[in-house]
Ligand binder design. Sequence first.
Ligand SMILES: Cc1ncc(COP(=O)(O)O)c(C=O)c1O
Length: 365
Amino acid sequence: MEIETLLIHSGAENPLGAVGTPIFATSTFADAALHGYSYTRTSNPTRAALEKTLAAAEGGRYGFAFASGLAAEDALFACFDKIICAKDTYGGTKRLLRTCYSAVFTDVSDENALSSALRGTYGALVFAETPANPLMRVTDIRKTAAVAHAHNAYLAIDNTFLSPALQKPLALGADATVHSATKYLGGHHDSVAGCLATSGEELAKKLKNLMNTKGNGLSPFESFLIKRGMETLALRMKKHCENASEVFKYLKTRSDIKRIYYAGDPENEGYAVNSSQSSGAGGVISFEIDEEKVPEFIKSLKLIRFAESLGGNASLITHPYTQTHASLDEGEKAACGITKGLLRLSCGTESAVDIITDLERAAVN
Ligand SMILES: Cc1ncc(COP(=O)(O)O)c(C=O)c1O
């Protein structure tokens, strides 16, 4: 089945022939021996429906839905003794790794750097986000998986920015894929959630046990919202991509925009790799203006909201320096290219004309 169909029909084996996913708002279940459900911390049919959809969409055997993207990452990281993380990731991922784990940060796209970080390890986890927050740097999933596997390590890809509608890391050699489902999977800015898919039986067993032990599984209501959001994921991703492509062409014409970072830009360093491993560049574009113009630029916008997220129907603009990557120190921000003049735009599914008109307003005022 094609992804558009899978997203609608996977996980739809509901009681009484219900076509929509019922919300099983119950903490406990009687007669567990009859149906396998005993207690919602352990498992819940609404969460299971979402997990099946996620697994099918990612082409994995197992899916998991956690209380947030970071909760999904935390569960994954807890399964490994050694973690090697890409230098470019969401700031919260780095904060999680620094606070709770002892991870090594390296340029995982540099084969020598990754090999040397992996030397002498066994069963380590390599973690990367592609395209990565906020400069849209691209990691070659096939190549990174090959290097990781040559050192008996696992590769997990944060697939938040493209979603399985555009990129399937498991088919490219990754062992697990993680999402802030808060973003494109949910798609409506109405819930916080995290998802994880894998085909690895051992890893899946550990994750299932961790969810039950830590109690970080997604609630039935939030599971319903993400499951419903996923039904339109393929449609929405098409529109996000189209809008970003139009907005990119417009931004290119502006002399006050100093640099643009977009995975769909043929001049982007990672363009060829991204095109070889995905069917689109997603809806996020970062760009740099003079830092003193940032407050005025943001204030002039009327449609695009200044808020810290991405991937929903409503376009959002973010200031990574003070928001998503605020937890990085000055040196690390500088090393990652996160300047005070950098803005990250998540193109929603509105009309591209209206998004561009709003950006024009920010130029005029
Ligand atoms: C790429 C990426 N991964 C993970 C996360 C964390 O997800 P959540 O906010 O759902 O915990 C985020 C949040 O912005 C993100 O952008």
